[in-house]
Design a protein around this ligand. Sequence first.
Ligand SMILES: Cc1cc2nc3c(=O)[nH]c(=O)nc-3n(C[C@H](O)[C@H](O)[C@H](O)COP(=O)(O)O)c2cc1C
Length: 71
Amino acid sequence: MAIAAAAEQKVDATPMEGFDNEQLDKLLGLDKLGLKSVTLLALGYRDEANDWNVKLKKVRFSKEDFVIHLN
Ligand SMILES: Cc1cc2nc3c(=O)[nH]c(=O)nc-3n(C[C@H](O)[C@H](O)[C@H](O)COP(=O)(O)O)c2cc1C
């Protein structure tokens, strides 16, 4: 939902799950609040002027390789 909402506002989003949850919880004091991190979502704007990556074509699976239709 957050990714879709960001995209609608033309804000770039990078979700991440590959991080040390326990360390982050300690760093942000989430453990003391009885909370646990599950995912991160970096939000921002692409650097059109300086990021050579920005104009590259997205690498994505085709719909045929990604979606299974169950009838
Ligand atoms: C739920 C979710 C978790 C993700 N976790 C990671 C991650 O831990 N590390 C990572 O390098 N990319 C992760 N990604 C992929 C990045 O968010 C991002 O899609 C990727 O860097 C490619 O960039 P692009 O989507 O602009 O092509 C994750 C994506 C999703 C949807």
